[in-house]
Design a protein around this ligand. Structure first.
Ligand code: AP5
Length: 210
């Protein structure tokens, strides 16, 4: 199965994908995680994209597509994948659609106020990428990642000025993908306000019957 998760920054794509991945046996491929790992390890790619991510803008389409297509050649992606954060523009979608067909686009929907709070209150582990929320999903022990023992921190792009820019970029460049995949009858809408467990259950049941 080739699945894409679509939704505003902070709608819960990464949280859902991290649990769904093991449930459905598909690799979670997140372009944001790939870029953040490159920045963390100070690779050539990391140096190239660091200021772009910090500004809330998008990485150029050509570079993003080449990174994703290289990742999709790895053995674990042969039977399918969960794409999180890609495609994110119409040119990226057109490039992707020329190479392969998605089975479903899972669209996560929530209101703007909750959306902004989720971003400004989020913490992530820079070592393993585990996602937390200061109030709703704090690490069991303060400042210690439940998964790897790292120290969860706020993402530089989760400061309010950058959050506003990212949401602006989403509505300008990414939201048109809803129409693009609606025309292909691939869009399936889910209420992202429900608990992570309830959302996971609903999406898993949906995929089992796809
Ligand atoms: P990326 O990392 O993809 O960020 P994003 O799309 O902005 O999405 P987020 O990771 O912010 O949010 P999410 O929907 O995964 O929410 P999460 O699960 O964490 O991209 C970062 C940057 O990389 C981009 O700005 C761009 O520069 C670049 N980039 C990436 N892909 C690109 C591309 N294709 N082209 C060009 N540039 C690209 O949840 C958020 C919070 O809510 C957490 O605290 C979580 O605990 C909480 N939460 C989640 N679900 C629930 C729930 N059901 N109930 C209560 N709380 C919840």
């Amino acid at each position: 199965m080739k699945i894409m998760l679509l939704g505003t920054p902070g709608s819960g794509k990464g949280t859902l994908a991290q649990s769904l991945s093991s449930g459905v046996g598909l690799p979670h491929i997140s372009t944001g995680d790939i870029f953040r790992a490159a920045i963390h390890h100070k690779t050539k790619l990391g140096l190239e994209v660091k200021t772009i991510l910090a500004s809330g803008k998008l990485v150029p389409d050509e570079l993003t597509c080449s990174i994703v297509f290289e990742r999709l050649t790895e053995p674990d992606a042969r039977q399918g994948f969960l794409l999180d954060g890609f495609p994110r523009t119409i040119p990226q979608a057109e490039t992707f659609d020329r190479k392969m067909e998605l089975d479903s686009v899972i669209l996560l929907e929530l209101d703007e106020e909750t959306n902004v709070t989720r971003l400004t209150e989020r913490l992530i582990c820079p070592d393993c990428g585990a996602i937390y929320h200061r109030t709703f999903r704090p690490p069991q022990k303060a400042d210690v990642c439940d998964t790897c023992g790292g120290t969860p921190v706020q993402r530089p792009d989760d400061q309010i000025e950058v959050v506003n820019k990212r949401l602006e970029e989403y509505y300008r460049l990414t939201a048109p993908l809803i129409r693009h995949y609606e025309d292909k009858q691939k869009i399936h809408r889910f209420n992202a306000l429900q608990s992570p467990a309830a959302l996971l259950h609903e999406v898993q049941s949906f995929l089992q019957n796809l």
